[in-house]
Design a protein around this ligand. Structure first.
Ligand code: ADP
Length: 626
């Protein structure tokens, strides 16, 4: 049979593995043992739901043949069919996310691989030839998959006594750079098993040489005994005081292929109506696909320490879907099917309790560990905001006090509660500005007046913010108010009178400008919103300018536009000059257009005709310089 080529991405990874920039070669053992354990989990689950599948004496065996330089890792788990071997071991990084590899340096590449898990391929760090013999449960044929690194692989028929998988690693020869012989050393392998795979719930067995004293004084006898190396106690079942922070972190990083330590670990036990143990993690970084539909919820469900299922979305609310970890309950009935499980009352109880625990943890972090909370919020804050607004704000009361926003107050993050506590006595509304960045918001013409009044402005920088505020409406009876929208109502009665009068007196020029701009704008008027800038663009109370941009970006809304209002500063010199020109019956067409284009640019829009804009400016410059 011809040798088959690995898929391109796999080849690349193989190359990395074989040449091993991944410094910690030891992890190959952990990866293979973890695969074996997963395979046993799968068989166990099948045996609970399918009467034809038996699960007897589940175990993982490790054997070393020093002379032949082979280490064997075998399991009596689910096994792999011919297709499985082809699909699972011939390809890696199925999501294709190594595609952008060419742009990355090696370190970044390793980081990305870390996110996918090094998995089976890590064996190529220590072996130059790998043989996988496997027979799938329910099938009567076994197959052998062989590969000698980059060359590709072959699959052929094979013989095997029982279902499961047996992996033979031909360990590389000892070299100047690295002593591969250590992986043929029984004591060292035992240490590695204890270090990385102690909690594996199936026995990892090995032939171990045991030396014992005999009855005869001073004499010992050495025999070979088949022993279980791991303690088999799952990490989460150990007492908290016996677990080192490092162990928690390692467990997380191994389980979720994350190269970052978790930001927070939550481990607790509940006894009562429904008893369960939970080991939950808040990741420090959102996975690369977090905000896409590819992201898989990271909660596993165990019953009496036996794995039941992945992605148990019935265990935690969607707004906390960034949480990873597991739940182990002694009370769940194992024989019920997944569907029934979903409706189960007990599951619901657990979910409520987990949600509450996560919320409390976040609240506590926000209160006592603000820096870490901000780190968390930068990664997952958008999720909480989304949670507050989805389903018409059904969960807003749960989430609202977990939200933080950057604001004009010391340019730090603030909660809404803190904002309200700082509000000035005469302030009724909670002001916010929507923009791309803090810098851009600070430069907005319309922010000056609000800040001058001593009012704090929240910076809405996420796309989701405006959607959210449209559902929230108010906080603690204070309505949210955009500084870029509608009437701000900041003026005193006298100021209002004055601006009304100004508008009245300048009716003609304003409607002349409106005439020139046609349907581009809904209205042109003088406003007291501005201080040092001559013009700005705002929208009426309907769709905001930012929303228009967001919808356009998302290709939604069918080109729907905000109702734009051009506001002119009556006290600005420019308006005075414009007025003079108009009064002298000179044409103000080009001025009006340039003013409008400037307002567009400041509001972050592109202008319809940059060539004309440039032409008009040039003409004005020439005129001015004459
Ligand atoms: P991962 O474990 O992250 O999915 P791997 O490269 O380690 O990636 O393994 C790829 C796939 O090969 C696994 O998902 C599993 O389906 C299959 N596999 C690996 N080892 C075994 C095994 N010992 N028994 C059964 N299937 C296995």
């Amino acid at each position: 049979m011809a040798i088959k080529q690995f898929k391109t991405e796999s080849k690349r990874l193989l190359d990395l593995m074989a040449n091993s920039i991944y410094t910690n070669k030891d992890i190959f053992l952990r990866e293979l043992i973890s695969n074996a354990s997963d395979a046993l989990d799968k068989r166990r689950y099948l045996s609970l739901t399918d009467q034809n599948v038996k699960m007897e004496d589940p175990q993982i065996n490790i054997a070393i043949d020093k002379k032949a330089r082979i280490i064997t890792i075998s399991d009596n788990g689910i096994g792999m069919s011919k297709d499985d071997l082809e699909n699972n071991l011939g390809t890696i990084a199925k999501s294709g996310s190594l595609d952008f590899k060419s742009e990355l340096d090696d370190q970044k590449e390793i980081d990305i691989i870390g996110q996918f898990g090094v998995g089976f391929y890590s064996a190529f760090m220590v072996a130059d030839k790998i043989e996988v013999t496997s027979q799938k449960v329910g099938e009567d044929k076994a197959y052998l998959w062989v590969s000698e690194s980059e060359e590709g692989y072959e699959i052929k028929s094979a013989k095997k006594d029982e279902c499961g998988t047996l992996i033979k690693l031909h360990i590389k020869p000892k070299s100047k750079e690295f002593d591969y012989d250590q992986y043929l050393d029984s004591d060292n392998i035992q240490l590695l098993i204890k270090k990385y795979s102690d909690y594996i719930r199936y026995p990892i067995k090995m032939d171990v040489e045991v030396t014992r004293a005999t009855e005869e004084e001073g004499k010992t006898v050495t025999t070979t005994e088949n022993q279980t190396i791991n303690s088999m106690i799952p990490l989460w079942k150990k007492a908290k005081k016996d677990i080192k922070a490092e162990e928690y972190d390692d467990f997380y990083m191994q389980s979720y292929y994350d190269y970052n330590k978790p930001l927070k670990t939550i481990h607790y036990k509940v006894e009562g109506n429904v008893s369960y143990t939970a080991l939950l993690y808040i990741p420090a970084k959102a996975p690369y696909n977090y905000y896409t539909s590819d992201y898989k919820l990271g909660l596993k469900l165990y019953s009496r320490s036996v794995f039941i299922k992945d992605e148990a979305n019935e265990l935690v609310s969607d707004y906390f879907r960034f949480i990873r970890g597991l739940v182990d309950s002694d009370d769940l009935n194992l024989n019920i099917s997944r569907e029934i499980l979903q409706q189960d009352y007990q599951m619901n109880q657990i979910k409520k309790s987990i949600d509450k625990r996560i919320k409390n943890t976040l609240e506590k972090m926000l209160k006592d560990d603000r820096d870490n909370y901000e780190t968390f919020f930068k990664e997952f804050g958008a999720q909480l905001k989304y949670g507050a607004y989805e389903d018409y704000g059904k969960n807003k009361d749960i989430l609202i006090d977990l939200l933080i926003f950057q604001s004009s107050f010391e340019d730090k993050y603030t909660t809404l509660k803190e904002y309200v506590e700082r509000m000035k006595e005469d302030q009724k509304d909670i002001y916010y500005a929507v923009g791309e960045s803090v810098e851009k918001i600070r430069e907005m013409p319309q922010i000056e007046r609000v800040l001058d009044k001593g009012y704090e402005v929240l910076y809405f920088l996420d796309n989701v913010d405006e959607f959210m505020v449209s559902i929230l409406n108010s906080y603690a009876d204070h309505p949210f108010k955009s500084i870029n929208k509608g009437d701000l109502d900041l003026e005193s009665e006298e100021e209002k009178e004055k601006i009304k009068k100004d508008n009245e007196e300048n009716k003609d020029i304003l409607s002349a400008i409106k005439e020139i701009l046609k349907d581009e704008v809904k209205e042109v008027h003088l406003s007291s919103r501005l201080k040092s800038h001559p013009v700005c663009l705002v929208s009426d109370d309907n769709l905001s300018l930012e929303m228009e941009k967001v919808l356009k970006e998302m290709n939604q809304g069918g080109g729907i536009k905000a109702n734009k209002i051009l506001e002119i500063n009556p006290d600005h010199e420019l308006f005075q000059s414009l007025k003079q020109t108009y009064d002298q019956k000179e044409d103000i067409g080009s001025y009006a257009k340039v003013l409008y284009d400037q307002a567009l640019l400041m509001a972050g829009f592109t202008i319809a005709d940059p060539v004309e804009y440039s032409k008009l400016i040039s003409e004005m410059m020439i005129k001015a310089m004459k």
